[in-house]
Design a protein around this ligand. Structure first.
Ligand SMILES: *Cc1c(COP(=O)(O)O)cnc(C)c1O
Length: 350
């Protein structure tokens, strides 16, 4: 395969990819690529652009919609009648899946690790309202979700139903293909704006989003460095998973690219107390982004990635960069879960 070298050749590759990947569109694209300069100017950093996937106009948006558009096309093709997936109770992915299922007239089963929470709030409130059936594994091990999804799907198949299992967090080859399409979209926007980003900053959970951006930039031969901040896994473990997912998607596209963990560096240090638990650095980053840029980030993913980015600005990681794109992957419903003690805010009553 010849690497594209000019804009015209890159656009050709993008069109080819877009034709090849089946997608059931749920929203209008592109999402805005906006310039935000108060935050990075504060630190005399690079020009900051934010890719607003939080504004995807379906089901409260977020990166999960991109993957689900590809999965929905596949689920409809195989005439599935139920989407089954799982994660933590505040999962954006589960909420988005419940929305997609309801919209497409399919049933939805949500599998959560652990026990039912005391409050029906945030994403869990939305998923519950959408009438998804919920199952708790009663086990705090996140991996307990994987077996439960399979067990429930098997049981349904035996009773004549047609379940469509989606792996925990939406981390699968189909989802990665949705993020490859996001790179094609972002590339066109960068051409229009006449910018070439030096780095793309993203939050890394299960790694599907990173895998899609990694593969997409490789296919278009773009030297955009992907800088991912882990919010859950050990960075090395996340890198292994990213390489595996990118390889599966590359093979599906008939590409000869192969990735190893070396191609998928992930930054650690910003997980805080754990996955889904707000960190003080993340809370600070959320306040800064809101007050300086009018941007609401979430405590589980984008707030922690922004904390990593701000630290990177401070410590010179981005010194050689002219333009950096921060992917706002959504997740705001989690901001409204619970009492928000972690923010350390008090009403300024006068
Ligand atoms: C799931 C999610 C991510 C991370 O995406 P992965 O593909 O799981 O790495 C980032 N931001 C938000 C808001 C998410 O919901």
């Amino acid at each position: 395969m010849k690497l594209p070298m000019t804009a015209a050749e890159r656009l050709d590759v993008a069109r080819h990819i877009e034709k090849k990947i089946p997608r059931q569109r749920l929203a209008a694209y592109p999402t805005p690529l906006q310039s935000f300069n108060r935050l990075s100017a504060m630190q005399s950093g690079p020009k900051l652009w934010v890719k607003r996937d939080d504004l995807i106009g379906f089901a409260l948006g977020g990166n999960k919609i991109r993957g689900l558009e590809v999965m929905l096309a596949d689920a409809l093709k195989v005439e599935a009648d139920t989407l089954i997936t799982g994660a933590g109770v505040q999962s954006n992915h589960v909420r988005a899946t419940a929305f997609v299922a309801a919209f497409a007239g399919l049933d939805c089963i949500a599998v959560y690790w652990g026990k039912p929470p005391p409050n029906i709030d945030g994403n869990y409130r939305v998923t519950t309202m959408l009438d998804a059936q919920v199952h708790f594994t009663q086990n705090d091990d996140r991996a307990s979700v994987d077996g439960a999804i399979e067990t429930i799907a098997d049981r349904m198949r035996r009773s004549g139903r047609r379940p469509y299992p989606i792996p925990r967090g939406g981390a699968c080859m189909m989802g990665v293909l949705g993020h490859v399409l996001a790179v094609c979209e972002a590339y066109r926007q960068c051409l229009e704006l006449a910018i070439s980003p030096d780095a793309i900053v993203i939050a890394v959970g299960s790694g599907g989003t990173y895998a899609g951006w990694l593969l997409g930039t490789k296919l278009l031969n773009l030297n955009w460095r992907i800088i991912g901040y882990s919010v859950s896994r050990d960075p090395k473990e996340a890198g292994v998973q990213i390489a595996r997912l990118a390889n599966q998607a590359a093979a599906w596209l008939g590409s000869e690219f192969g990735f190893s963990v070396m191609d998928a560096p992930v930054q650690g240090g910003f997980i805080g107390p754990g996955y889904g638990i707000p960190s003080p650095e993340g809370a600070n980053a959320i306040k800064l982004a809101a007050r300086f840029e009018g941007l609401l980030l979430d405590p589980v993913y984008t707030g922690k990635a922004m904390a990593g980015f701000l630290h990177g600005l401070d410590s010179g990681v981005f010194d050689a960069c002219e333009n950096v794109i921060f992917l706002h992957s959504g997740g705001e419903p989690a901001f409204f879960a619970g009492q928000g003690e972690w923010l350390g805010i008090h009403p300024r009553v006068i």
